[in-house]
Ligand binder design. Structure first.
Ligand code: MAN
Length: 348
């Protein structure tokens, strides 16, 4: 059952609300924000997916070069080696490219509903050989005054999890790739459990297994081990093709509550919940049978990549979780849910 109370103002941010980073590009999608509190406000670190202005007869895709500058690659539309059937990824001569290049930008709000760009704060862009196709879908976890950012590093050689830290959102210390390819959807828990840091992550195993949620532990947030699988896809259900963690798990008296996304073979993305043992989060206590939120509104069903609800950021205030999510991979929306209501749906 869909238990989300969507904002009346939805979508709260759309591509035309912010400016492209350089001339010649336009913003195709504004989506999947990491969310946190800072300086008395609610902030989102949004994924800005930009596309090159297109000309007739060709498809142009942007990439970052080794110097961190944007470079444009062009392919002829009628070239038989080109497959452009997915709006997100094209394939040319057996190699894949993204149609858009993503970076991260900060917006802030005093009420969590009306956001404005924080223009005195720098954007976070791809850097180096592992981020030539951009950076995406950042989770933000605050632990003792330090913001820990885990995001998807994308390049032609890999998709993996990058990690950086900041205290002031102006200077960032990049720590490199913490979960090697193919991996994404990494959410760090906001406190240690039995003396160790924990994180959920989503490796993909192409031959045996699939796109499953795993948990790992670490003494220092850099070195991760003791990997265990906590949630697999379920045949013939709404999460049959892939599952992945949302933002940091929420501590409740019943255990750690994680909101995750699940997609089926038609790429329809819904949200569900998993309850993990408070003392040993590799143990699953319960998991949603049905989605707790699914594409229902026009903006969730139609857009750049329709039928998608994807979250990687929320704010918790007592019983209320405010989920911020990307709808149809194109716009940013908000919705409230009750922690108790989710727990009730899980424990019944
Ligand atoms: C998938 C989609 C895209 C994303 C790439 C790389 O194809 O989720 O939106 O850009 O993976 O992460």
């Amino acid at each position: 059952m869909d238990i989300a109370r969507r904002f009346k103002e939805n979508p709260i941010l759309k591509p035309s609300d912010i400016k492209p980073s350089i001339d010649g590009m336009y913003i195709e999608c504004l989506l999947n924000p990491g969310v946190f509190r800072f300086d008395g406000d609610i902030w989102m670190l949004c994924r800005v997916a930009e596309r090159t202005r297109q000309e007739k007869g060709s498809i142009k895709v942007p990439v970052f070069n080794a110097e961190g500058e944007i470079e444009i690659l062009a392919f002829r539309e009628d070239d038989p080696r080109l497959d452009a059937s997915d709006p997100r990824v094209i394939s040319y001569d057996g190699r894949n490219y993204l149609t858009t290049l993503s970076h991260l930008r900060l917006v802030r709000s005093s009420d969590g509903r009306v956001f404005r760009e924080a223009l005195s704060y720098p954007p976070v862009t791809g850097e180096g050989a592992l981020e030539t196709f951009g950076i995406e879908d950042c989770r933000v976890t605050l632990i003792s005054g330090i913001y820990h950012l885990t995001y998807t590093m994308v390049s032609e050689i890999a998709v993996g999890v990058g990690y950086m830290v900041t205290t002031d959102w102006k200077e960032f210390t990049r720590k490199g790739m913490i979960f090697p390819p193919h991996n994404k959807d990494c959410a760090i828990f906001n406190s240690k459990i039995n003396g160790k840091y924990h994180a959920l992550h989503r490796p993909s195993s192409p031959e045996l297994g699939g796109n499953y949620i795993w948990i790992a532990e670490s003494p220092d947030l850099l070195h991760w081990g003791n990997h265990r699988c906590v949630a697999v896809t379920r045949p013939n259900m709404w999460d049959s093709a892939r599952v992945g963690a949302g933002a940091a798990p929420i501590a409740t008296p019943e255990g750690w509550l994680e909101i995750y996304h699940g997609a089926d073979s038609n790429n329809r993305y819904c949200l569900g919940a998993i309850l993990l043992d408070g003392n040993d989060p590799s143990k699953v206590i319960a998991r949603s049978h049905d989605p707790i939120m699914e594409p229902a509104m026009e903006y969730e069903k139609k857009g750049f990549f329709g039928n998608v609800i994807f979250t990687n950021g929320h704010i918790v205030d007592g019983d209320i979780i405010t989920i911020y999510y990307g709808a149809s991979d194109e716009v940013i929306c908000g919705a409230e849910m009750s922690v108790n209501e989710i727990l009730k749906s899980l424990l019944n």
